[in-house]
Write a protein that binds this ligand. Sequence first.
Ligand SMILES: CC(C)(COP(=O)(O)OP(=O)(O)OC[C@H]1O[C@@H](n2cnc3c(N)ncnc32)[C@H](O)[C@@H]1OP(=O)(O)O)[C@@H](O)C(=O)NCCC(=O)NCCS
Length: 206
Amino acid sequence: MTAPPGIRIETFHGEAAAPYLPALAKLRVEVFRDWPYLYDGNAASETSYLAALARSRDAGLVLAFDGAEPVGCATCAPMADENANVTAPFRAQGWDLGRFFYFGESVLRRSYRGRGIGVAFFAAREAHARAVSRADFAAFCAVIRPPEHPLRPADATPLDPFWRRRGFTPRPDLTCTMRWKQVDTAGEVENRLGFWLKSLSGAPLP
Ligand SMILES: CC(C)(COP(=O)(O)OP(=O)(O)OC[C@H]1O[C@@H](n2cnc3c(N)ncnc32)[C@H](O)[C@@H]1OP(=O)(O)O)[C@@H](O)C(=O)NCCC(=O)NCCS
């Protein structure tokens, strides 16, 4: 996989990812604390997410290493292995979950951004999905925040153009909910996330 100088990018398949799950949790907690996720997470709140990933035989964990240190990661797994809240909009449409590969988060330490690692994360996940499945489509979701949200930084840059350039199309008709405690809330709150789809096989998007 193409990586910028000094960075090694490696994909771990299924149970080979197990030793790196704590690194994934650490990076998720660090990176998702910022806008737009505002996730007030810790090792305990990551437990059930990591357990679900560990149960998925064909999940892929892509890691970016600077030397021995993981500085970013991205995940993917067959859609059928995802929690009911994620699969709900696809089931509601009556779609075969086997046609979809779900791309979880991409989280990269801030000082490593803008060097092509995020692009490599998408390429690595697409390669993994093609290697382990016959899925026609890649799908991921991103949190939806109102334009007037009080914690939106003045210089916030949406990732929408980045995702469009990776070949994904936003699908406002497909949304799901996830609960997490935010930095600005006392407890967990429900957040709405919107899906983006990309054809991996050339099949037209449903
Ligand atoms: C999403 C995220 C992983 C993107 O990572 P990134 O490494 O900064 O992204 P890249 O550097 O690969 O791409 C950014 C741009 O720089 C370009 N770029 C810069 N240097 C490059 C290089 N050496 N090689 C290839 N592309 C390069 C990319 O092409 C891209 O531009 P484009 O969209 O016009 O093609 C990162 O912003 C992040 O962790 N954000 C916070 C968490 C988040 O919101 N995640 C998404 C939801 S889960």
